[in-house]
Design a protein. Structure first.
Length: 225
């Protein structure tokens, strides 16, 4: 079991701890304190809480008209927690422009699949018939949600999956998600950067609300198009 130091004491890059293993207990303790693992090749396992954090506040969500049109006319089918392994494996395998390799190692896949089986990691799947067309996965950090990664094999599939996830979480009382690191897509949707202190305070206040995000979810949960 890792005894994480106060993440507020981490430097600007946010390195909190080095070493330990990806057990469910370690992962749960980390996420509930705003910390996440981010493997670096050649290093023991590294855990981070960056000096700046990207979040998406639902009341500041901006859906471009082109994406709204795509969502309205899509023939894709969306589910929650129906193929977590498929989603995280695709996130690891699908190439991304400007990126060489992936931090989603086989060890991470094994650990997060177990985390999912224990009820803490969750996925949204976009289906074209019986084939995955896109998806997103993340972690329930005790009533707050941390998005981890997304992928698409068809245009807009991951973006619409994210919108379905937001609708699902909003219905359960949540009003923001942690997206960890800013991307151009998230920025276009209205995401913003806040300080680590502001993020940790927001996380603590959200967790204190005691929201139940997934435990009452009927399976399979299918969102409407």
């Amino acid at each position: 079991m890792i005894r994480f130091p106060d993440p507020r004491l981490a430097g600007d890059e946010g390195l909190v701890a080095v070493g330990g293993s990806l057990t469910t207990d370690n992962l749960l303790r980390a996420y509930r304190h705003g910390i996440f693992p981010w493997p670096i090749e050649g290093w023991p396992l590294t855990w981070f809480c960056p000096g700046e954090r990207a979040i998406l506040q639902f009341d500041e969500l901006h859906v471009p008209r082109s994406l709204a049109r795509e969502r309205k006319r899509t023939s894709l089918r969306f589910t929650i927690d129906q193929d977590f392994r498929g989603v995280i494996t695709a996130c690891a395998r699908v190439p991304r422009p400007g990126e060489d390799g992936t931090w989603i190692t086989p060890e991470m896949i094994r650990a997060y699949c177990e985390f999912h089986r224990e009820g803490h990691a969750h996925s949204v799947e976009a289906w074209d018939g019986d084939e995955l067309a896109g998806g997103i996965y993340g972690v329930d950090a005790g009533g707050a949600f941390a998005g981890e990664s997304m992928f698409y094999l068809q245009p807009h599939a991951s973006k619409i999956a994210l919108l379905h996830l937001i609708d699902y979480l909003r219905d359960r009382g949540l009003d923001w998600i942690d997206i960890q690191v800013m991307t151009s897509h998230m920025e276009a949707l209205g995401a913003k950067i806040i300080s680590r202190d502001a993020y940790l305070e927001k996380l603590a206040l959200t967790r204190a609300r005691g929201l139940t995000l997934f435990a009452d979810q009927p399976k399979p949960y299918r969102t409407s198009n």
